[in-house]
Write a protein that binds this ligand. Structure first.
Ligand code: NAI
Length: 334
């Protein structure tokens, strides 16, 4: 059996707890991974002066693949988001979040099966903010043709590869005519090269409303950075919450797999967090590493575990803590 080298970023808050659970499950599934653990996040700022020291980026560039726990970011001041820094430094331009009903997790809707594809490197997350005068702040939304074409191409080629029928570009070009207008222009250009994939456009506020009315009407959503960030959490809520949705950040050279949720400081250290999202992110990672058999085995084990109400974590109304839940998934692998 081949072995893989993967950078491991345990992260902050519940990060070390949930990534630890993912490692146990991967090991139990028989996949050999040489983990290269690196420190990043709020806890290391005092030591290195940054939440993302150079050795973290170096490790990911060397291995090309990373599994990452959530990292906390201070609000309103302090250091720049470690997540944004990593995405930009490694050119992880596509954030991919499959949103699917999880067996046994009851929600308002059945049959949800969509993929959020979010541009990850620019928009309002470019970090270009300045004080123009006392009481006036300017935040720059950067939209480039190159990045918009690249993310559109990713969404359409992924749609084709995964047998999806439609890409829907989400925008506010009625108000932000130039910036979102350019994004749409690029999406249309790429759409014209994929006649087998339907293409439509929807204004972000209407999209939010349609999603909560009938999410089954969507297939692949293509969004710029901020809209993608917000709607991916909304979509997570449609299938059971932040604890059950995986995510990947994909670049030309590197791929970083992480859960959608944050570091959950309110429950950190209590060992009650739900590791489903990071385990499903690890499943995406295993597929990326072409370990399809193990990916299927783990996915089936986690779905079988969740299908039993007595084997769910507290956020899903069940009685189990993190460790018992992880053990139940490991047992289901057998
Ligand atoms: P959060 O996702 O950490 O928490 C929101 C709510 O969901 C909390 O009640 C939390 O207990 C719950 N929750 C989250 N993950 C859970 C899990 N696996 N199991 C059970 N319950 C779970 O979002 P919040 O509070 O807005 O952010 C906290 C910190 O995380 C912030 O510093 C933020 O910047 C950071 N963050 C990091 C992300 C990343 O590293 N990818 C993504 C989002 C936020």
């Amino acid at each position: 059996m081949s072995s893989h080298s993967v950078t491991l970023i345990p992260g902050d808050g519940i990060g070390p707890e949930v990534t630890g659970a993912a490692l146990s499950v991967i090991e139990a599934a028989g996949v050999q991974i040489d983990w290269e653990p690196v420190e990043a996040g709020a806890e290391v700022v005092a030591k290195y002066g940054t939440p993302v020291p150079d050795h973290v980026l170096h490790s990911i560039r060397g291995n090309n693949v990373a599994l990452k726990g959530p990292i906390g970011t201070p609000v309103g001041g302090g250091f720049r988001s470690a997540n944004v820094t990593m995405r930009q430094a490694l050119e992880l331009y596509a954030s991919v979040r499959p949103v699917k009903n999880v067996p046994g997790v009851e929600t308002r809707f059945d049959g949800v099966d969509l993929i959020v594809v979010r541009e990850n490197t620019e928009g309002l997350y470019s970090g270009l903010e300045h004080r123009v005068a006392p009481g006036i702040v300017e935040s720059l939304k950067i939209v480039t043709e190159a990045a918009s074409l690249r993310i559109s191409e990713y969404a359409f080629s992924m749609a084709r590869r995964e047998g999806r029928h439609e890409v829907c570009a989400v925008h506010k070009a009625n108000i932000m005519k130039l910036s979102d207008g350019l994004f749409l222009e690029c999406a249309r250009k790429i759409a014209s090269r994929y006649p087998d994939i339907e293409y439509r456009e929807i204004i972000i506020d209407n999209c939010a409303m349609q999603l909560v009315k009938d999410p089954t009407a969507f297939d692949v959503l293509l969004l710029e950075n901020l809209y993608g960030d917000i709607l991916s959490d909304l979509c997570a809520g449609l299938v059971g919450g932040l604890g059950v949705v995986p995510g990947a950040n994909i670049g030309a050279d590197c791929a970083l797999f992480e859960a959608v949720h944050g570091s959950a400081p309110d429950i950190a250290g209590k060992r009650i967090a739900n590791p489903t999202a990071i385990i499903l992110s690890a499943v995406m990672m295993l597929r990326h590493l072409e370990e399809e058999a193990a990916a299927v085995k783990i996915e089936n084990a986690i779905f079988a575990t969740l299908a039993d109400p007595a084997k769910r974590t507290g956020d899903l109304g069940g009685p189990l803590g993190l460790d018992d839940f992880t053990q139940a998934v490991v047992d289901a692998l057998a």
